[in-house]
Design a protein around this ligand. Structure first.
Ligand SMILES: Nc1ncnc2c1ncn2[C@@H]1O[C@H](COP(=O)(O)OP(=O)(O)OP(=O)(O)O)[C@@H](O)[C@H]1O
Length: 230
């Protein structure tokens, strides 16, 4: 079954057309890499799927739940890790986790178990009571990443997941993403790190000036790069 269906989506910001007629699906348990030059429209597409950016035309659904018709129900199926950590200055790391746990209706027991597991994995267990301003950039990203990994959602959207993470955390995240897909979660991520993408993605979408140029198996990516650079 298609987890995410994006049909003929068009986005303009002011007079500028940013996404043109975007059309693709992501199947259950697939990991799709969204690639393209700076400014190609990758983050805008993520934000549009999240409902943070308004679309002018088209439809988006997750598990058959339409974004426009049942927004709250739709949104509960998705977790998002934005490119820039988006943390509240008045909340500690643990309070962020609790806020996410509440909004995705996790039981306290499940939340505590996952916080324990993920803060151990990302080596920030000693930072639970620390406010964002006292965390390093990479630690803020870890907190944001953990927030999105707490709920069991159908669709995970991740903007540049590996950027800013240390080697240990990047490897741990890579493993975790693969485990998530094996459990049936679909993942759409953007990345400029081709070596990582090659290791995790099933397929890639090549976005160019707001349009999809290629949507193919990851295994074909090298061939295409060579062909287009000749
Ligand atoms: N809030 C905004 N107002 C005006 N233009 C915007 C806004 N957000 C994005 N854009 C424009 O939309 C286009 C796509 O930007 P977007 O951030 O989606 O690109 P990207 O592919 O994620 O790039 P990068 O790889 O640099 O992160 C760019 O031309 C950018 O200038």
């Amino acid at each position: 079954m298609s987890q995410l269906v994006v049909e003929n989506v068009t986005v303009a910001i002011g007079q500028e057309s940013i996404l043109k007629n975007i059309h693709f699906t992501v199947e259950t348990g697939q990991l799709i890499a969204l690639i393209g030059h700076n400014g190609a429209g990758k983050s805008t597409l993520m934000k549009t799927i999240m409902g943070w950016q308004e679309k002018q035309e088209g439809n988006i659904s997750v598990q058959g739940i339409d974004q426009d018709q049942e927004f709250l129900h739709y949104k509960r199926q998705i977790a998002y890790i934005p490119e820039e950590p988006f943390l509240l200055s008045e909340l500690t790391a643990m309070q962020h986790f609790q806020l996410y746990g509440k909004s995705y209706q996790l039981s306290e027991e499940k939340l505590n178990q996952k916080v324990e597991e993920l803060t151990n994995l990302f080596e920030i267990k000693d930072k639970l009571n620390v406010y964002p301003e006292s965390l390093s950039k990479g630690m803020r990203q870890k907190v944001q990443t953990i927030c999105a990994l707490l709920p069991e959602v159908d669709l995970l959207l991740i903007d540049e997941p590996f950027m800013g993470l240390d080697i240990h955390a990047a490897a741990a995240l890579q493993q975790l993403l693969l485990e998530k897909t094996q459990g049936g979660t679909s993942i759409l991520l953007t990345s400029h790190q081709l070596d990582r993408i090659n290791q995790v993605a099933d397929k890639y979408i090549l976005l160019d000036k707001g349009e999809i140029r290629e949507y193919d198996e990851m295994a074909n990516f090298d061939t295409i790069t060579r062909r287009t650079s000749q």
